[in-house]
Design a protein around this ligand. Structure first.
Ligand SMILES: [Zn+2]
Length: 116
């Protein structure tokens, strides 16, 4: 369960941003999470509610978007995204090589936030 530390670092980013932009309240937070990440949105919101008490982010709603999984082909360097739930083996869409490197899919970041 690493949602707690992730949520803490997300909140830190938000509060820092809020402080330097004179934000009085954060309403919505748009979070992007890679499709391969095992982060659970429900837990992030729960930890967020707990950690943000007494801050400008208290009561903010976390909206999560899944970021697609992308691979880079080691041979022809084509970047392609795949639906990880549908494919069992990864092959380059251009040359068919199975030697591909994960580019994105595990990351998480704050895409946007709505404030007032
Ligand atoms: Zn290729």
């Amino acid at each position: 369960m690493h949602e707690l530390s992730v949520t803490k670092s997300i909140l830190d980013i938000l509060l820092k941003h809020a402080a330097s932009n004179d934000v009085s309240r954060i309403i919505n937070v748009h979070l992007k999470i890679g499709e391969l990440s095992d982060l659970e949105g429900e837990w992030i919101q729960r930890y967020f509610d707990y950690l943000s008490k007494g801050t400008v982010a208290q009561g903010a709603v976390i909206k999560i978007k899944k970021a697609p999984v992308q691979f880079t082909c080691d041979k022809c360097f084509t970047v392609f995204s795949i639906d990880i739930k549908k494919v069992e083996e990864i092959h380059c869409v251009k040359c068919g090589s199975a030697e591909c490197t994960l580019k994105t899919g595990m990351e998480y970041y704050v895409e946007d936030m709505e404030v007032c």
